[in-house]
Design a protein around this ligand. Sequence first.
Ligand SMILES: [Zn+2]
Ligand SMILES: [Zn+2]
Length: 350
Amino acid sequence: MLMKALRYVEIGKPPVVVDIPIPKPGPGQVLLKITAGGVCHSDDYVMGLPEKDYHEQGYPLPLTLGHEGAGIVHEIGEGVDSTLKVGDAVAVYGPWGCGRCHNCSMGKENYCTNAAAEGIRPPGLGSQGSMAEYMIVDDARHLVPLGDLDPVQNVSLTDAGLTPYHAIKNSLPKLGAGTVAVVIGTGGLGHVGIQILKAISGATVIALDVNDEKLKLATEVGADHVLISDASAAEKIRELTGGLGANAVFDFVGANPTIALAQSVAALEADITIVGIGGGSMTLGFGSIAYDAAVRIPYWGSRAELIEVLDLARAGKIHVQTESYTLDDGPKAYEDLASNSIRGRAVIVP
Ligand SMILES: [Zn+2]
Ligand SMILES: [Zn+2]
């Protein structure tokens, strides 16, 4: 039996839709019938790697894309110790780990200390991903009940929700009433980040992007102020904060200009969190940043945090703006992502 899959097959070329055999779940594995898969800038990053780096970083070819996945449990492999049943609606917790180390024991598989050595890779980012009609999940532990949440509407929460949630939650002690949070980049992750800030913190949110359309979305999802991210943005943030700067800055772009902006508008004791993988960097030294400001580079989030994010969605407090594509139109979704023309998150629906 064959299935369609969106795969990266040739370095430097766009992904293609191909027919491949439906995989069989081995011992301990679960086969999902995919209901939705989210399109992410990280996929573009991977497909943009030069051949040498691609192989050195351990990516296989061909690679089925998709690290945001939702599906229905279709078949359960031998020896799976779980209450999972065929027919259950689930979301895939993407940052797979070993399940045994200290961090994994706390559900923080995103920071597994054995994954690299054991070659454990997230789906779509090393293991075969969710942009196919079926997908193998290595362990039932990686599946979180979706319940009656719509998979297409909510699949992106597994990364575009979980990643900003984890970033924001760690800065919550600095984001009480009367504080200011700056969100740079209001696309897939940023527009969810704004909603999370409004839902769980007391901060006033200033959102920045280079594109008016994205700022419109930022306003719709609850940003208190929106600014075009240009040379005057830092001064405008200073004005909006009475000269003090922001208590937390979340950079969902991570390019040199956005990191410089984050650094320049961080208040005393602020958190600067660089989430985007835009390739930028920061030089730190005395006088280059406000006193006692801290810089963090987080990666994804914990399984418990994914459950919390899905709970926020269930409570109606966060909502992902999505644009749907069929699997056949998958390559087009990546073109639209590259041209920055997606409003919110692109989702592939097999
Ligand atoms: Zn991603
Ligand atoms: Zn581990």
